[in-house]
Design a binder for this molecule. Sequence first.
Ligand code: UDP
Ligand code: MG
Length: 326
Amino acid sequence: MNQPILTIVVPCYNEAEVLRETKKQLTSKLIHLIEEELIAPQSKLLFVDDGSKDTTWSLIDEMNAESPFVTGLKLARNVGHQKALLAGLETARKKSDCVISIDADLQDDVSVIREFVEKYRAGYDIVFGVRKSRDKDTSFKKVTAQGFYRFMNRLGIDLVYNHADFRLMSKRALTELARYGEKNLFIRGIIPLIGLRTTKVLYDRKERLAGESKYPLKKMISFAFDGITSFSVVPIRMITIIGFISFFISSLAGIYVLAVKFLGQPNEGWSSLMVSLWFIGGLLLMSMGLIGEYIGKIYEETKHRPRFIIETDLYSNQMNQSVLES
Ligand code: UDP
Ligand code: MG
């Protein structure tokens, strides 16, 4: 087998604190793999700066000047982890045989990259990195994550349990991924849909090297909500069912009230009336909100706006050079 060109895509948002260490560890991994002739010497790191406000980009630029392995992609503004990752994958796909995505904070175990490459060489198109344990995550994160996976599974969405965005994809898998044109791409949900030959590699998730999580609660909720609503209309169906049930129960109550009236008993009960008014009102607002959520999704998709805008692309230029030189 020819040695494949590997690109490691690293989305970064305000990661100046960890970036040097990340570069050091990933570069030494690349060099090892190149020396063992498992990957081609043109293999690279691609840092995607997702509109950071700190010195992330100047650092990437600096490292690019120092090291032949480091390239970078600067997005015009912050578009969020998923879209930044996608920008990196889209860019890397054109010049690589396989691409690994990994977070900048080194929470994912760099040493399993070798296994990823071996699986690729054995013919797999997609290799998922799966966390053996979540010891290092906060218990809040553990509980919410587990609830999320359960809920998604209930909805019939096939997520790989305890897999974040640490994975290898072949050029072929990336080409297929590029055909999913939706704007709000929930990458983790889409990739199992692609199919092809897939496998998993287990690893221990570590603590963030430095800095703090760029996924505060608000982003986590919006991420989960996007995941659910972009894959399933079950929540809307649930509303319909709740609506039916409450309609049925209130019909029974109505019959009861009428019966009592005709039997000549006084009908006390403005309080229960208020309760049911609020109940139905709440239900209606909730339903409208949820339906609005889907309509909003349709609205966003129909605008066909670009998912990300690249300001500077060091990667494509340099990959062109190395192809010309060799
Ligand atoms: N990230 C990004 N854009 C954002 C938020 C995060 O590119 O708007 C990157 C971040 O730099 C990191 C990865 O996404 O490389 C995962 O973020 P983080 O480690 O903060 O999330 P957590 O591990 O806490 O879920
Ligand atoms: Mg992290």
